[in-house]
Design a protein around this ligand. Structure first.
Ligand code: 5AD
Ligand code: SF4
Length: 518
């Protein structure tokens, strides 16, 4: 196709797009999409559980097809990311692919030629935010018919979401799933030159795609995927359905990526997975788990190594022994507990009791006496009693968590818990969350007070959001520090004397001449 033909085709597409948006939600259209390129699939726990035996395929041959290699030249992209670090990192991959296709990034919606919403399905309010944004984008699409709007991430793995977009939001051009990210070039081509909404959501989930390009958000800290998916099937959680089965990247690929980041000057890596403690359990040829991986990364010359997210059930002695070596393996452990009640944990299918969790905490503290623990907690799980909630409150104190992400239970379609009747009124759940948050704030403030007058090591990330004359960074234990210091310390690890402890952050002054040369 020459330039002239391309323009004509684009014109035809624009008109088709325009008609499509004006005449939204025809059932005929929907059935056509289902037949052509979308096979409806509800999150189905029975099917999901059966998948574990399937082989994992590794693909090392990613490349951008020649016919779309320059399609983005002179055009801009914007990706809006919702949800967890996994999504943040997927956005870095999509940004990498788009950049290789010639697109440049923009933060201005009006300037964008392609807008992708990388969505989160973990709670209902996350989904509501995305539908709000989808609605807001409609006038822009009507104004700019050749704008491509795509929905990807966890929500696109849900049948009900795809149905709703097909029925009510015909201004969306493209829906693709979490297993289809590497297909972005082909999908954009189809969206650019086709007339229909493109839906490609693979339920196949056995693969690991290596060598995908990435444009990372900064030059100081980097995410590194070590595994994908989750086989834990906590009864409240949609993730095993949206992210597929557990599959680990090969150690040599991860280590090579970390070495590459070191060569580029990165100071910190966070190893990422939905349940990193299950790392390596799917290898058939080698016995190699998270402890072994951390041990190998410990030997690499990168100042800081973190990992998230942990599941207490799989947190083994080997990992504790390796973490106890310290050095670049930081002693902040995020260990989601979800509830302090053994009965609720059982209903959540967490596969540990309150006592098991406390025993794990004891083991960690014995091996790593200075370890800082943070957690995730859900309140108002179906039929949670006042006594069971109190057990969460006492566990919070007993462990001495220094921070916690707290949530009200949100029923997710397709999960076992969502089928339960629930006798706990919403306002009771809200009150419980409020009480828990008061305690979390109190414990966080107490943990911060310990630093008053102390000197801490801070990896300086940049200017503070509120005041460009103030710098901001994080301590080894992930405490936010705002301090006065030279801009030349950005990207380096410096010592800061703490002068004021607040509830969620520390203020301080940089100790002269402490810039570590790495
Ligand atoms: N409702 C509320 N919170 C949830 N989480 C996961 N699923 C749900 C749900 N259905 C929380 C858990 C998890 C965190 C990432 O989100 O605490 O650790
Ligand atoms: Fe969801 Fe985490 Fe449980 Fe997996 S381990 S099902 S991601 S809460």
């Amino acid at each position: 196709m020459n330039e002239e033909q391309r323009k004509q085709q684009a014109q035809i597409n624009q008109e088709a797009n325009f008609d499509r948006i004006k005449n939204t939600s025809s059932d005929d259209m929907i059935s056509k999409y289902f037949q052509t390129n979308y096979e409806p699939q509800s999150p189905d726990i029975k099917k999901a559980r059966k998948r574990r035996k399937e082989d994992v395929q590794f693909h090392y041959d990613f490349s951008i097809p020649e016919d779309v290699a320059t399609v983005g030249k002179g055009k801009k992209f914007l990706i809006r990311t919702y949800g967890c670090q996994m999504n943040e990192h997927d956005t870095e991959v999509m940004a990498g692919i788009l950049t290789e296709m010639g697109y440049e990034s923009t933060s201005n919606t009006e300037d964008a030629d392609i807008i992708l919403l990388n969505t989160c399905a973990i709670r209902e309010n996350a989904e509501n935010k995305v539908f709000g944004e989808i609605g807001h984008l409609k006038p822009l699409k009507l104004e700019k018919p050749d704008l491509i709007i795509g929905v990807c991430g966890c929500m696109s793995q849900e049948e009900s979401v795809v149905d709703r977009i097909l029925k009510k939001h015909q201004h969306i051009d493209l829906i693709f799933g979490t297993h289809n990210i590497h297909r972005l070039p082909q999908l954009i081509k189809e969206a650019l030159f086709g007339k229909e909404m493109i839906v490609e959501v693979w339920s196949k989930e056995g693969d690991v795609i290596e060598n995908l390009p990435k444009v990372r958000k900064g030059k100081i800290k980097a995410w590194v995927n070590i595994m994908y998916g989750c086989d834990k099937f906590c009864t409240y959680c949609i993730v095993p359905m949206t992210r597929g089965k557990e599959r680990s990247r090969r150690p040599e690929d991860i280590i090579q990526e970390v070495r590459h980041l070191v060569a580029q000057g990165y100071q910190e890596v966070t190893l990422l997975g939905q349940n990193v403690n299950a790392y390596g359990k799917d290898f058939e040829d080698i016995q190699y788990g998270l402890g072994d991986l951390m041990n190998d990364i410990h030997k690499i010359d990168i100042p800081r190594v973190r990992f998230t997210t942990s599941h207490p059930r799989d947190f083994d002695d080997r990992l504790i022994e390796v973490l106890a070596q310290g050095g670049n393996l930081l002693d902040h452990i995020h260990l989601p507990v979800q509830s302090g009640s053994t009965e609720i944990l059982k209903k959540m299918n967490r596969k540990y009791s309150r006592e098991d969790y406390l025993e794990l905490v004891r083991k960690i503290r014995k091996a790593i006496p200075n370890a800082t623990l943070t957690t995730d907690i859900i309140v108002g799980f179906p039929n949670e009693t006042e006594e069971q909630f109190e057990e969460t409150m006492t566990l919070m104190e007993e462990v001495g968590f220094e921070a916690a992400y707290t949530y009200i239970y949100s029923p997710r379609e397709g999960t076992p818990a969502a089928r339960k009747t629930d006798d706990v009124p919403e306002d009771v759940k809200k009150k419980r969350l409020y009480r828990l948050n008061e305690l979390v704030n109190k414990q966080s403030a107490e943990s911060m007070r310990k630093y008053d007058g102390q000197t801490v090591k801070v990896l300086v990330e940049g200017e503070s959001k509120k005041d460009p004359d103030v710098l901001a960074g994080y301590t080894e234990k992930n405490k936010l520090v705002n301090f006065k210091g030279p801009k030349s310390s950005i990207g380096k690890i410096v010592e800061v004397e703490i002068t004021e402890a607040k509830t969620w952050s520390l203020n301080g002054i940089m100790v002269e001449n402490t810039v570590e040369v790495n």
